[in-house]
Design a protein around this ligand. Structure first.
Ligand code: SF4
Length: 471
């Protein structure tokens, strides 16, 4: 069996561009047709034995307002010349006309048109999803495609608007109805889980707490429940069969990260609940808990405080910590995670907004603020641990003994009953020794960059990680 390859060929802009959940359709691609031709040939000539080529265009390749149809026809011709059996092209239902189809049709290769039906309900489609086509348009286009010898791949969308998010039963009933309808016309169906694209209303809904993306488990449960009720069956990982049609569930878009629009970015400064629960921190914590995967090979976590200077890697504190431990072979097995005002921040993301744009002036803290900080931070650490604790052998917490963050971390491990996974690097004795050495009564966060503290960190990590090397 030959390969299936995917090629992204973006040109111009989707002529509709207004769908509620879609960020791609709002973007204008600054490419030329020559660039696209070169890219396409480079990719299809790179592989031998291609059976299927799928083209992704952010819009419609059968819409002369976006793509010249002779260009689309050329893509098909080149695929046919190379013995490719099938080419899949994205289109909008309103572009599926006899004239447009005739302009691209070539005999001797299967041309499949991928149409976004999304959901078989006009009120959702037109009022909420803001599509320009309804169910009748899809059926008309589907029938025309079949009568002209084209294949049809239908895209269905789950959770594309807050109204769907808040009405799970309706969402499931609609998905059931939509799979049933589209299976009557399609060669294949893809059920897509909506994730928040940049510059969409849906992203703002997430920030405002009106909507959330479904995580892998929620999405899988929904699709499998619906397939089961329809009398379909599972035929592979994320693959099902209903009425003789293959139904794929697209979960690959979990590679997304929250992209907060530049115009909304701000310096998040101050103390208190409003700062701690700032929506820009909240969506990232949701992301780290439900979508993020810790990097492979990181068996140990090192929990660190933040720094005034951002990004943290530029601060004296983090430079001192890294220079104390990064030269050891075991360092590559350590996952650095900062725990602070925005919550839990895996190091890979520490130099992104909003982790570079906040400031928590400690001198403004009251006892109540400290209590809120501990509660909220504890819950965030717990959420991270529930999702990922099994990926790490141990967690090392490197904080000064009076730190509220350390208190929150301790409480989180205790409440989850996994205190045996937590190693507190600096004890009270270390803290007192460092205070005496500095000749100060209160030394706060600078303690973690003191040579005695760094020495202790190095020796604790060596002790545990070198011992685990010998096991
Ligand atoms: S979903 Fe399709 S039709 Fe809607 S804006 Fe995006 S690219 Fe355009």
């Amino acid at each position: 069996m030959g390969k299936t390859i995917s090629v992204v060929l973006e040109y111009g802009k989707c002529s509709w561009g207004a769908c509620y959940f879609c960020g791609w359709g709002k973007r204008k691609a600054e490419t030329t047709l020559d660039q696209l031709r070169r890219k396409y040939l480079r990719i299809i000539d790179k592989y031998r034995n291609i059976d299927v080529v799928k083209l992704f265009s952010s819009g419609s390749m059968v819409d002369p307002r976006q793509f010249p149809l002779e260009f689309t026809r050329w893509l098909i011709e080149e695929a046919k010349k190379r013995g490719i059996k099938e080419i899949v092209i994205e289109a909008k239902a309103d572009d599926v006309t006899i004239e447009n189809l005739d302009a691209i049709y070539i005999d001797g290769i299967k041309i499949t048109i991928a149409l976004g039906l999304e959901v078989a309900d006009d009120i959702i489609l037109l009022r909420y999803y803001r599509k320009n086509t309804g169910v009748k348009d899809y059926i008309r286009a589907a029938k025309l495609l079949r009568s002209r010898g084209f294949g049809l791949r239908s895209y269905l969308l789950v959770n594309g608007h807050p109204i769907m998010y808040h009405n799970k039963d309706v969402q499931e009933e609609l998905l059931e109805r939509t799979i049933h309808l589209s299976a009557q016309y399609s060669d294949s169906i893809v059920v897509i889980n909506t994730y928040p694209h940049r510059d969409t209303r849906l992203l703002l809904d997430w920030l405002d707490g009106r909507w959330k993306p479904l995580d892998e488990g929620q999405f899988k449960d929904m699709v499998e429940g619906v397939i089961h009720r329809l009398g379909g069956r599972k035929i592979g990982e994320w693959k099902y069969e209903y009425n003789g049609v293959v139904v794929e569930a697209d979960h690959s878009n979990f590679a997304f990260v929250p992209k907060i629009p530049r115009r909304l970015r701000q310096k998040i400064k101050g103390v208190g609940k409003d700062i701690l629960l700032h929506p820009h921190f909240e969506v990232w914590q949701d992301f780290f808990t439900r979508f993020y995967r810790p990097p492979p090979g990181k068996e140990y976590a090192l929990l660190l405080p933040c720094s005034y200077r951002k990004p943290y890697k530029k601060s004296k504190t983090h430079r001192a910590i890294f220079s104390a431990i990064s030269g050891y072979p075991w360092f590559r097995r350590i996952h650095v995670i900062v725990v602070s005002t925005p919550g839990v921040i895996p190091w890979e993301y520490h130099d992104r907004y909003p982790f570079t744009h906040y400031d928590w002036p400690e001198w403004l803290e009251t006892e109540e603020v400290k209590k809120d900080y501990i509660d909220i931070t504890k819950n965030r650490v717990k959420a991270y641990l529930k999702a990922h604790a099994d990926k790490y052998k141990l967690f090392f917490a490197f904080f000064h003994s009076e730190s509220e963050t350390l208190e929150a971390i301790k409480q989180a491990f205790k409440e989850l009953g996994i205190e045996d996974k937590l190693v507190i690097v600096l004890d009270r004795e270390d803290y007192e020794r460092i205070k005496a050495d500095m000749g100060k009564e209160k030394i706060g966060s600078s303690v973690v960059r003191h040579p005695l503290a760094l020495e202790k960190l190095r020796s604790v990590l060596k002790q545990y990680l070198e011992a685990s090397d010998k096991e």
